[in-house]
Structure formats: structure tokens, C-alpha cells
Design a protein around this ligand. Structure first.
Ligand code: NAP
Length: 305
């Protein structure tokens, strides 16, 4: 049996699943590498209130489950493994999982982005011992405890609010006075009595030996340091694109893949969509839309070959 698919999709967030849906529905054979966390970042969020079509919002995991199943209806095959290597210089293009080799006429990259870290030694040492980047995953462990959320964007607001379901107190630590977060999200945080907002504060060190016991903070204006006792730190300071595998593809200075107006990268037949490309909108709906575009562009490109 030929192992050559028409389309390989790498990544399984809204961009990847939408690319699978459109490509399968165009009667192309589609193989999707889902990686270790099928569904991508949305599976670590709570209710999605701004994906059109759901009056009461929809749980992130549920939305991704539905997207996955919908693409499967039209024939998408899934492999729940991480791609370890690619070779796009050949025809067909090659994608590897360890020694296993897979081939396709076109590849759509939709590998998304992962949470950014502060870059502190103490953060690494205490990772999963009180340091986390996913309140939905780990919030439960902090019942009646004190935690901090780091960041000033919508993610930080969402995480802080969510954590008040468990924690006795939540500090929202932000390095500036102004917030990137939307007004509605910020207002919810301000109205939540369990949340104390600490502005102009950077994290100097996560304190603790075996588990987190506190944070050493530095005032970004006065330079003064202070310590706060707590049990957990949740990072919500943005994301970095997952693009390290793709050495042959042109990237911007922050590592985001560059594609042209037809969503094709500098390599003919290799397309890119979603958060691995987009540092501006970064929404489920825009990622899904770009997955659709990449699929249509890939189909048109295939017709020309
Ligand atoms: P973001 O908007 O980029 O915000 C990142 C925050 O982290 C900023 O406040 C930034 O501070 C801070 N930060 C970055 N690097 C830092 C560092 N090294 N140390 C300390 N602080 C640092 O990211 P996001 O909150 O993840 O949101 C991403 C996108 O998803 C946005 O478009 C957002 O609207 C969307 N989103 C929407 C929802 C929703 O509507 N339900 C929920 C979550 C996210 P500065 O401001 O000083 O740069």
C-alpha cells in the first residue's frame, strides 16, 4: 500500500483540524500528526466565549474534540505522535517520527505556540512543584492555598479568575502599570475580592527547595525587592512559536514562520497556518480561518503540479 498521502498536516489545534477538514472534504488523503497534546492550547483553557456559534460558550476541550471528529468524518487519519524531523527538499516531502518515515505531496504546518517562560533557574527547578503554565490543568492542587499569576494579558486575567475557584488568594503580578488585557477581562479581575493586583513587579526568583514557598519580586520602578509567601506560580506571559523543526523555512526574528499571501512558505508545497505564523491575532477563530486558507491554497497548488 502506498504510504504517500496528498496532505500531511503537522499540528492539531484549530488551524490543523480545520486544514484537515477542508482537505479531506476536497477528497484528498490527509494524515495529521497530533503530537502529545491533541487539540493544542485550547485544551488548557476553560470556556471559550468568543468562538462564533456558541451562545453559552463552549469548553475548550469539547470544541477541539468536535473539530477532530468532524475532520475524521471526511477521512482524516490521525497519528498521536510528535514529528521529530522533516525533509522538504525531496518530492514527495518527508516527515519522520523517529525512524518511521511518512510522505506527502504537500505539508501544512500548524504547530502553534507554547507558553513562554521567565527564564529563571528557580522556575525550571520548581516546574511542576508549584510552577505551572496551566491553571485548568493544575488549579485543583491549590485548594485553599495562595498562588500568583504572572502577566497582564487576557490569559493572565482568565487564569487569575479561574484560580479563585480553588485558591484562597490570588496575586496578579504584572511588570507594568498598564494592562494588555481587554477591559471586560480586567474588570472581572478587579471585581474579584480574592485577587490582589501587584503592578510594576518583576519576578526575581521563585522561592522554595522541594516546592514553591514564595516569590521574590523586584519593583520595576523603584528597584526595591520584596517577598511574598505563596504555594504556586502560574505563568501567563504569552507564547513562543513551535517552529524549531523547520530549519529550511524562512522565519521572522521571533521564530514565527513566514508565508506569502497564498499561505505558502518559501518551500513550494509547504504551507503554514495558525499561531506558528500569527503573532498578531492569535485567536481560535483566526487560526481556524488560516487553516482553511492553507488547505484551499494547498489544493490549488496540487492542481498545478
Ligand atoms: P499577551 O497578550 O501577549 O500578554 C502577555 C503578557 O505577559 C503581557 O502583559 C506582557 O507584559 C507579559 N509578559 C511577557 N513577557 C514577560 C516576561 N518575560 N516577564 C513578565 N511579563 C511578561 O498574551 P496572552 O495573554 O497569552 O494573550 C494572547 C492572545 O490571546 C491575545 O490576543 C488575547 O486577547 C487572546 N486571549 C483571549 C482570551 C479570551 O478572550 N477568552 C483568553 C486568553 C487569551 P507587557 O504587557 O508588559 O508586554
Amino acid at each position: 500500500m502506498s504510504n504517500i498521502h496528498d496532505v500531511i498536516v503537522i499540528g492539531a489545534g484549530p488551524a490543523g483540524y480545520t486544514a484537515c477538514l477542508y482537505s479531506s472534504r476536497a477528497n484528498l488523503s490527509v494524515l495529521c500528526f497530533e503530537g502529545w497534546q491533541p487539540g493544542g492550547q485550547l485544551t488548557t483553557t476553560t470556556v471559550i466565549e468568543n468562538y462564533p456559534g456558541f451562545e453559552k460558550g463552549i469548553d475548550g476541550k469539547e470544541l477541539m474534540k468536535e473539530m477532530r471528529a468532524q475532520a475524521a468524518v471526511f477521512g482524516t487519519e490521525y497519528i498521536s505522535k510528535d514529528v521529530t524531523r522533516v525533509n522538504f527538499a525531496t518530492t514527495p516531502k518527508k516527515v519522520y517520527v523517529g525512524e518511521e518515515e511518512y510522505e506527502a505531496k504537500v505539508v501544512i504546518i500548524a504547530t502553534g505556540a507554547k507558553p513562554r517562560k521567565l527564564g529563571l533557574e528557580s522556575e525550571e527547578r520548581l516546574w511542576a512543584r508549584g510552577v505551572s503554565s496551566c491553571a485548568t490543568c493544575d488549579g485543583f492542587f491549590f485548594r485553599e492555598k495562595k498562588v500568583a499569576v504572572i502577566g497582564g494579558g487576557d490569559s493572565a486575567m482568565e487564569e487569575a479568575n479561574f484560580l479563585t475557584k480553588f485558591a484562597s488568594k490570588v496575586y496578579l503580578v504584572h511588570r507594568r502599570e498598564e494592562f494588555r488585557a481587554s477591559k471586560i477581562m480586567l474588570d472581572r479581575v478587579r471585581a474579584n475580592e480574592k485577587i490582589e493586583i501587584l503592578t510594576n513587579k518583576g519576578v526575581e526568583e521563585v522561592l522554595g527547595e522541594q516546592k514553591v514557598t514564595g516569590l521574590k519580586l523586584k519593583d520595576t520602578v523603584s528597584g526595591e525587592t520584596s517577598e511574598v509567601e505563596l504555594d504556586g506560580m502560574f505563568l501567563a506571559i504569552g507564547h513562543v512559536p513551535v517552529t524549531q523543526l523547520f530549519e529550511e523555512i524562512n522565519k521572522d526574528e521571533n521564530g514565527y514562520l513566514i508565508h506569502n499571501e497564498n499561505t505558502m512558505t518559501n518551500i513550494p508545497g509547504v504551507f503554514a497556518a495558525g499561531d506558528c505564523v500569527d503573532h498578531r491575532y492569535r485567536q481560535a477563530i483566526t487560526a481556524a480561518a488560516m487553516g482553511c486558507q492553507a488547505s484551499i491554497d494547498a489544493e490549488k497548488w496540487l492542481e498545478t503540479q
